[in-house]
Write a protein that binds this ligand. Structure first.
Ligand code: SAM
Length: 452
């Protein structure tokens, strides 16, 4: 929309831009086209647009053939968009984007997020929509210029800080372009900038304790002019040997360290646990016949290399809201690393029974001991990696601490979202989980239905 059209439309729908909703509408069509082009949208994409306003970007995204979910808090604008863009591939939600359940996006094939964000809540929106784990493959934000500079900053610059590192720990951020206030109506008091954010492969960075790392970063930037030696005094006794080991100047300040150096520093203080692969390889599994009768015990690598029938358990853990905890398998796993899986799962080893294995795996992977009930037994097949699987369920009321050598990350999901996710992106999951989920849902068909 041109400036004159925006003015006329706002008059027609009796809207005067609301400052607290950050209502500054983009009227430069070349800029709008350029922004949408940066997201490289195709008809395979599902685009979440935050704050579509009068649809400056919405129309261009629809023109690319993508499906669009547009979340607009102002009912007058949401109604206007519904009238103007009645389109099969557009859904408009008239809610506060901060209240949207982003887990719904896992049930979509390829998700991109686009938004000329309202400035007053852009930090909260970033925190929410950059949270991990996320199914979003690309984020394209227009933000206040200062915020964009902080997200994309490099070490030893004024913009580089705790927010930069927190964001770059999971994402690659690129500052694409500054936008003058004149491209918006009404003109905001500050310039804006467009940033593109892409998810990092977790394997790009060395393993680390994220909680400790973020705590050190917070302390380190609490007084940016002070040397780290002083700020981290309570955490590091022998700062000089740390500096030598991590290869940093002993007088360094927080803003001088790259993300990799911050991780090295945290890992010097508390080395992250690495799985002991010799233990794993020395495990002996019962090999079974087609009726699940034990034939003999042999080593784990031999069982897998020869594709022999063996035994395993999968456990689904529910929270009081009836949501299921799914884990993303750790990067160290020899089979299906970084795929999503049941709450806990593992092989029956040695002379254990299925029940004993279930109790052990729950303790080892999630650190909990809750009573479990059996759901069903799955036959060994190619889809279960030749495992006979007993599937269990249990419930937890409080927090637990997943084992970081076993689990990369995890979260609770409603059953309907898991249904949609498995259907839309089966490649995200370890194949054994998909079999278990099918069986669980056949026995528990409740809560099936529309996702939104
Ligand atoms: N995308 C449009 C454009 O580029 O012209 C409008 C951008 S304007 C900067 C921000 C939009 O976000 C406004 O339409 C405003 O009503 C909407 N908005 C503000 N707060 C919101 C929230 N919490 N959830 C969803 N939309 C919100």
């Amino acid at each position: 929309m041109k400036l004159s059209e925006i003015r006329a439309t706002l008059r027609e729908i009796h809207v005067s831009p609301v400052k607290t909703l950050g209502q500054n509408f983009l009227h430069d069509q070349n800029v709008a086209r350029w922004i949408v082009d940066q997201a490289q949208i195709t008809s395979d994409d599902y685009v979440l647009e935050i704050g579509p306003g009068l649809g400056a970007l919405t129309k261009l995204i629809l023109d690319k053939g993508a499906g669009v979910l547009a979340i607009e808090k102002d009912a007058r604008l949401a109604n206007f968009l519904r009238d103007r863009f009645a389109h099969q591939r557009l859904e408009i939600l008239n809610i506060d984007a901060l209240k949207f359940d982003a887990r719904l996006l896992f049930a979509r094939q390829r998700v991109k997020l686009v938004g000329n964000l309202p400035y007053n809540i852009s930090s909260a929106l970033l925190l929410k929509f950059l949270a991990h784990p996320s199914p979003i493959a690309l984020w394209l934000f227009t933000l206040q210029k200062e915020m964009a500079a902080r997200l994309s900053a490099q070490p030893s610059t004024d913009d580089y800080g705790a927010l930069t590192l927190r964001t770059q720990l999971r994402h690659h951020v690129k500052y694409l372009r500054t936008l003058s206030a004149t491209v918006f109506y009404p003109r905001p008091e500050v310039d804006s900038a467009v940033v593109r954010v892409l998810p990092r492969d977790p394997r790009e960075l060395p393993a680390h304790d994220k909680g400790l790392l973020l705590e050190l970063i917070r302390l380190g930037f609490s007084q940016r002019r002070k040397q780290l030696r002083k700020l981290l005094r309570e955490r590091v006794q022998d700062w000089d040997s740390l500096a030598r080991h991590v290869n940093i100047d002993p007088k360094t300040r927080a803003e001088e360290l790259s993300l990799f150096q911050w991780i090295a520093l945290a890992n010097f203080i508390a080395p992250p646990p690495y799985p002991d692969m010799t233990l794993t390889n020395n495990e002996r599994f019962p090999v079974v016949d087609k009726n699940d009768r034990i034939l003999r015990h042999i080593s784990r690598p031999e069982v897998h290399a020869n594709n022999l029938r063996h035994r395993a358990v999968h456990i689904l853990i529910f929270n009081p809201a009836g949501e299921v905890y799914l884990q993303q398998r750790s990067r160290w796993k020899d089979r299906h690393p970084l795929k999503w899986d049941s709450s806990a799962a593992g092989h029956v080893a040695g002379t254990e029974s299925y029940d004993e294995t279930a109790g052990r795996e729950l303790k080892e992977e999630l650190g909990i001991g809750v009573s479990l009930t059996k759901i069903s037994k799955l036959p060994a097949s190619e889809r279960t990696d030749q495992e006979f699987v007993w599937l269990y369920r249990g419930e937890v009321a409080g927090d637990f601490s997943p084992n970081r050598t076993e689990i990369e990350t995890g979260a609770f999901f409603p059953e309907t979202i898991i249904d949609g996710w498995v259907a839309a992106r089966p490649e995200d999951f370890a194949p054994g989980f998909i079999e278990c989920w099918k069986v669980y849902r056949q026995k528990n068909p409740r809560n099936r239905g529309a996702l939104t």
